[in-house]
Ligand binder design. Structure first.
Ligand code: AMP
Ligand code: MG
Length: 416
């Protein structure tokens, strides 16, 4: 693959996203992991069913298994209960002229063609049953293989294992799965002003918010974090930190110093150490964003993503840009952003030249969602970001008009 051409000016959000997704090279190799430790990880291989599902004809209800024709023939006399079949019992045969007391999940006796739920059955002192209402052939019987057959593909390689997928693998008796390796991400915070929480506050210093935020986001994305702490705002310090970071990492992620000020060294040092692919995305917050490669500046090098220093800008550009790249490197298929129209409950001036992602909360009291600003919208204002349900997406230069619909990006999509 050749190095992408250097873009000039700010990139459109969708273009920047598409370029990152296209640039993501899935990690090779696999590791075998017990099911209990596989949540949130990505399958390295297709999983094929080993057993029919269900494995036997079994009852969907607590009730009585019977032959319909015998029920009809018995009429008011009723059918005698001749068998009792709990879940876990072996396969039995239904005696002629009798029915079986049966429980959910228990094997339907051979010869029975219907299960009648217990709620519709009366049982007399002589242990004969009568059924209220109609009974249909095949009712309440889960047929062997009706969901899928042994040999069918259950999950393709690249699937993220969520709770339901893990449960399905367990239902097949699978105890261990072949997974993609974890992505190793070196994390750096740049800024001479930064101090760590726990240190007494000094006027003019800034507590490092991005470090713990990105540690959490990387953990949510099931990455292995190599935390390199705070780097001073000098080209030499950043150079040395990036040289150290690229060893043993699949991706280098840094925050701050990505703009074009005199104290912003990420871009020049990246150009010196490797190559910049693009810089600057037309979103608010999140404009200062750098993507490139360390080593030789080609995709054979270690990719570097430089996120903005302002914490909300850092969060938004992680969610919209860095996360799809990470997912691509993990071998996941990356879909388009989930969005649907939501009414604005406020008016606001649009952002010149940039798509704006307003942090909003949804009010459902009227039966349909109405978006309200979650609080101050500055790119440093974490309170609104911490309370928002998602983003209202405003096209560049467009004012928000109260009562009009705009695309809404639910925040939950960035958690999976
Ligand atoms: P920069 O992109 O380095 O110019 O930083 C932009 C703003 O974000 C400045 O106000 C920085 O102090 C602030 N900032 C940078 N890094 C962090 C961080 N890790 N945590 C909190 N604020 C930061
Ligand atoms: Mg800085």
């Amino acid at each position: 693959m050749s190095c992408a051409t250097l873009a000039t000016g700010l990139l459109d959000l969708d273009v920047a996203r598409a370029r990152l997704i296209a640039a993501a090279e899935p990690l090779t190799g696999e590791e075998h992991v017990p099911l209990a430790q596989a949540a949130g990880r990505v399958l390295a291989r297709d999983v094929v069913a080993q057993l029919d599902m269900p494995g036997i004809d079994n009852s969907a209800m607590d009730g009585y298994a019977l032959r319909l024709a015998e029920l009809v023939a018995a009429g008011e006399t009723g059918l005698p209960v001749a068998l009792r079949v709990p879940a876990g019992a072996g396969v039995t045969t239904l005696p002629e002229g009798g029915c079986a007391r049966i429980f959910t999940g228990a094997p339907v006796p051979e010869g029975a063609d219907c299960v009648v739920p217990q709620e519709r059955v009366t049982r007399d002192a002589a242990q004969r049953i009568r059924v209220a209402g109609e009974a249909l052939p095949g009712a309440n019987v889960r047929r062997r293989g009706e969901e899928y057959r042994a040999g069918e593909r259950l999950l393709p390689a690249g699937t993220l294992l969520d709770a339901a997928a893990l449960a399905m693998l367990a239902s097949q008796g699978i105890a261990e799965v072949a997974l993609r390796p974890r992505l190793r991400v070196a994390l750096l915070s740049t800024g001479d002003e930064l101090i760590e929480p726990g240190i007494p506050y000094e006027s003019g210093r800034v507590y490092n918010s991005n470090r713990v935020m990105l540690q959490a986001l990387l953990a949510q994305a099931h990455c292995e974090v190599i935390d390199l702490g705070i780097v001073a705002d000098t080209p030499a310090a950043l150079h040395d930190a990036l040289v150290c970071a690229r060893d043993g990492a699949d991706l280098v992620l840094c925050t701050g110093g990505v703009s074009v000020g005199e104290e912003d060294h990420v871009r020049p040092v990246l150009e010196q150490l490797g190559g910049l692919v693009f810089h600057g995305v037309a979103i608010k917050p999140g404009k200062p964003f750098a993507f490139g490669y360390l080593d030789d500046g080609t995709p054979e090098g270690v990719p570097l993503i430089g996120l903005p220093g302002n914490p909300v800008a850092s969060l938004v550009s992680w969610q919209l840009l860095a996360l799809p790249f990470v997912h691509g490197c993990q071998g996941r298929t990356v879909g388009p952003l989930e969005r649907f129209p939501v009414r604005a409950g406020f008016a606001r001036r649009g952002a010149p030249g940039r798509t704006e992602l307003l942090r909003v909360v949804l009010d459902w009291q009227g039966g349909h969602p109405v978006a309200h600003l979650a609080g101050g919208q500055g790119s440093h204002m974490l309170r609104a970001a911490s309370q928002a349900h998602g983003y209202l997406l405003m096209a560049a230069d467009n004012d928000v008009e109260e009562g009009h619909d705009y695309p809404y990006l639910p925040g939950g999509q960035f958690l999976v």
